[in-house]
Design a binder for this molecule. Structure first.
Ligand SMILES: C[S@@+](CC[C@H](N)C(=O)[O-])C[C@H]1O[C@@H](n2cnc3c(N)ncnc32)[C@H](O)[C@@H]1O
Ligand SMILES: O=c1cc(-c2ccc(O)cc2)oc2c(O)c(O)ccc12
Length: 235
């Protein structure tokens, strides 16, 4: 029986029952077995709440297939839930550049990635993402070549990632940002937000405002999971 974990955030929906209904009706029954196993293997990790929520993951998988994405990049892998669902959603010859400094967390998910038969699609880079993105941009041949990018990492760098990813994704390509509702705190007065969440709430507010004014993208701010902002490069 699937359990609702803290990685799926009932704050956004304001109803644990509604989230449970969505997950049990349409998400868990269609979730690949290896993804379910990876999610369960992550559940006991002290930071298990950080995994991408399965309902947001389902939307990402749909987007990847609608785009016919072949070349993608992921910033923030953790144990690999979003990485495995991406790998399962792109074709056999698709490629994912996956960047995260925490290789130990990646190794928790690795057996399930191998079991799913998709390891050959993944180029895992153990590193903070900014130097990796800058290195990619050192070669102009990489510009405009990615179909899809997913960012789920240090929230203070989202705008830095955006400035780089907008050059790396092709026109009509997608960049999706996780946690743009930051547990619902973006709509709360700062004084009622716990100290631990305040700094990244401020980063998220700044990012949300900046991206909403970016003329290079169309976007949808989707209240799924912890908030998913989906941007499509238009020029
Ligand atoms: C929320 S977790 C990612 C969850 C993942 N998408 C999933 O589905 O399980 C955030 C990850 O960002 C990584 N991270 C933190 N700083 C980073 C950086 N500068 N560059 C890349 N990844 C970073 C952390 O190591 C952590 O694994
Ligand atoms: O509570 C968190 C914290 C993070 C987080 C912490 C440190 C980093 O360098 C990156 C990310 O990410 C989270 C997340 O993605 C989520 O969905 C829920 C909670 C948190």
């Amino acid at each position: 029986m699937d359990k609702i974990s803290a990685s799926t955030n009932p704050v956004i929906l304001q109803s644990e029952g509604l989230l449970k209904y969505i997950l049990e009706t349409s998400v868990y029954p269609r979730e690949a077995e290896t993804l379910k196993e990876l999610r369960n293997a992550t559940a006991n990790h002290p930071l298990g709440f950080m995994g991408t929520s399965p309902d947001a993951g389902q939307l990402m998988a749909l987007l990847l297939k609608l785009l016919n994405a072949k070349k993608t990049i992921e910033v923030g892998v953790f144990t690999g839930y979003s990485l495995l669902l991406t790998a399962l959603s792109i074709p056999y010859n698709g490629k994912i550049t996956a960047v995260d400094p925490d290789r130990k967390a990646y190794e928790i998910g690795l057996p399930f990635i191998k079991k799913a038969g998709v390891l050959h699609k993944i180029d895992y880079i153990e590193s903070p993402a900014l130097p990796v993105l800058d290195k990619l941009l050192d070669d102009p041949a990489n510009e405009g070549t990615f179909d899809f990018a997913f960012v789920d990492a240090d929230k203070n760098n989202y705008w830095n990632y955006h400035e780089r990813l907008i050059k790396l994704v092709k026109i009509s390509g997608i960049v999706a940002y996780d946690n743009t509702l930051w547990g619902g705190t973006v709509a709360l007065p700062e004084m009622v937000v716990s100290e631990t969440k305040r700094e990244w709430r401020r980063c998220t507010l700044d990012f949300n405002e900046a991206i909403s004014k970016d003329p290079r993208m169309e976007l949808a701010f989707v209240s799924i999971g912890d908030g998913l902002t989906i941007c499509r490069r238009i020029c």
